[in-house]
Ligand binder design. Structure first.
Ligand code: ZN
Length: 57
């Protein structure tokens, strides 16, 4: 399942959510700290980072 990272625009808390594509569109993601829905999605090459770690070439 894809992993998404968000930063809350209110309290700047960074947190991660594992969501399916459908969930990402329909689910209302909230900040676990202040419960704000004013979030910024962090685009991080999560899979690329793990591939880099295990790759030896
Ligand atoms: Zn917050």
């Amino acid at each position: 399942m894809p992993f998404y990272e968000y930063v809350c625009r209110k309290c700047h808390k960074k947190f991660g959510e594992v969501l399916t594509l459908k969930e990402q569109e329909t689910k209302k993601v909230r900040c676990p700290k202040c419960h704000s829905q004013d979030l910024e999605k962090v685009i991080e090459p999560f899979f690329a980072v793990t591939a880099k770690k295990s790759g030896s070439w």
